[in-house]
Write a protein that binds this ligand. Structure first.
Ligand code: FAD
Length: 450
């Protein structure tokens, strides 16, 4: 174990991003007595939850010269977990009164944004945020002393470029902006239109069209149903489906699930592994996103390799720079907000010196062991940060480091019940449930914070 930093030291910390991760990071860092500056390139807090009709000029989002739109949220989006599970642990996402509030248990994106604004107001976060200020470069400033970081940022309005030194940097820039795409044999001569779900907003442009969505995530599920209301036909293709998959979705006369696309052709046809051939107007890649840190210059010490951000100890600290550089929100298939909260508490406590980290060598050893385990299990690199079933173990480990209570039993059970309900009834799972006893338990806990 490396010696902890001298206890309760206060540092000058830069947080990149004022989405759900950056907001709670700022709160926890300040609670620990650090001085915090949050850089946010947008005009307001909320990150991906700031819905916009705007989409990128390149519908596939591959052109490096495109102007990037941060949010991938579509107009009809309702959250995919219950509001009880979604909120931060100590600032429950309860129903609040107000003209444009959405009291549903699975509310729309606007309600999440309103909740994040409530959070920012409650804890006075905005006073720490420099809005419309984009971080363009983060690099070690060794000449300034060990662990120091140089942050170069540009402020949109005043067209000011700043160059500053910080003790530590916490990266909270979001991971749903830089799309991944499926490889499709024959695509260069296929005459139809291609796009990524990052640029999907409303179903109207798909009226009377034949559309293929590639993917099996929440986006593919939600968007296929959204579009099916107006499209001629909607086909969902997915590489994890068995080759003979061909299923008509109940409740629709125009929505099918297939195996993966085998090839596409000059005549506009799409051939699936299941042998079906369909003439298609639009292919939408609902194939997720890549980690992307365009501002980060670590001389190749921190890399993104096949969507593995590494090396990272516990998905947070690169050993070579720990604790002066950290990342929040890298794991996926998680309940994000509670995890962000615990990661933030851990980082804040490590920086102020009362939570020790292992030695660099031990951290590296643990990372290597973890990578070897993945390899032995045949898990591809790109799934390094997928948590799923192990998320609560991870959260509890973080909680133990910070002296916090473990994940509430109701939250675990509710999360599980939600997954089962979603699988069984994707159509109605946001409006019908029977886990009333878990809701009561959640609200009993929430009463501690009201
Ligand atoms: P973000 O919310 O993306 O915020 C990052 C912030 O960093 C942004 O404000 C951005 O402007 C800023 N930023 C980025 N780069 C810079 C820079 N260089 N300089 C300055 N500022 C910068 N989660 C759920 O819990 N429930 C759901 O139902 C759910 N549905 C989702 C649906 C979709 C379509 C997507 C894309 C995600 C969904 N998520 C959901 C996950 C969601 O991303 C997280 O809830 C959360 O928003 C991630 O928070 P974050 O702070 O890490 O990133």
């Amino acid at each position: 174990m490396a010696p902890a930093l001298s206890p309760t030291r206060s540092h000058h910390v830069a947080v990149i991003g004022a989405g759900p991760a950056g907001l709670v990071a700022a709160r926890e860092l300040r609670r620990e007595g650090h001085s915090v500056v949050v850089f946010e390139k947008q005009k307001q807090v909320g990150g991906t939850w700031i819905y916009t009709d705007e989409v990128e000029s390149d519908p596939l989002s591959v052109d490096p010269t495109r102007s990037v739109v941060h949010s991938s949220v579509y107009r009809s989006l309702r959250i995919n977990g219950t509001r009880e599970c979604t909120g931060y642990r100590d600032f429950p996402f309860v129903v609040r009164s107000g003209v444009s509030r959405d009291p549903r248990r699975f509310p729309s994106h606007g309600e999440v944004l309103a909740y994040l604004k409530d959070f920012a107001k409650e804890f006075g976060i905005e006073e720490m945020v420099r809005f419309e200020t984009e971080v363009v470069k983060v690099s070690p400033a060794a000449e300034e002393g060990i662990g120091k970081w140089r942050i170069e940022s540009t402020e949109k309005e005043k067209k000011v470029r700043r160059d500053e030194i910080y003790d530590a940097v916490v990266v909270c820039n979001g991971h749903y902006v830089e799309p991944r795409h499926a490889e499709i044999p024959g695509i260069s001569s296929w005459p139809g239109k291609e796009m990524h779900s990052h640029n999907y907003r409303i179903p109207e442009p798909f009226r009377d069209k034949v559309v293929v969505l590639i993917g099996n995530s929440s986006s593919a599920e939600d968007i296929s149903r959204d579009i099916a209301r107006v499209a001629k036909e909607v086909h969902v293709a997915c590489r994890s489906n068995p080759a003979d998959t061909f299923i008509k979705q109940t409740g629709y006369n125009n929505l099918w699930t297939h195996s993966m696309i085998e090839s596409v052709h000059e005549d506009g046809s799409v051939v699936y592994q299941n042998g079906k051939t369909i003439s298609v107007d639009i292919i939408m890649h609902c194939t997720g996103y890549k980690y992307h840190f365009p501002f980060l210059d670590t001389n190749g010490i921190v890399t993104v390799d096949d969507n593995r951000v590494g090396p990272l100890y516990k998905d947070v600290f690169p050993p070579a720079f720990a604790p002066w550089l950290s990342f929040i929100g890298i794991p996926w298939q998680v309940l994000p907000f509670p995890m962000f909260e615990l990661q933030s508490k851990w980082i804040a406590g490590v920086l102020s010196g009362w939570i020790p980290l292992p030695s660099k060598e031990d951290m590296i050893m643990e990372i290597k062991t973890f990578y070897s385990t993945l390899e032995v299990q045949g898990i591809p690199k790109r799934y390094t940060h997928r948590m799923g079933n192990t998320q609560f173990e991870y959260d509890n480990w973080l909680a133990s480091q910070c002296g916090c209570s473990e994940t509430e039993e109701w939250r675990k059970e509710m999360c599980l019940a939600n997954g089962v309900r979603k699988e069984a009834n994707p159509e109605t799972c946001r409006d019908e449930w029977d886990d009333h006893h878990l809701i009561s338990q959640a609200y009993q806990d929430f009463s501690l914070y009201s």
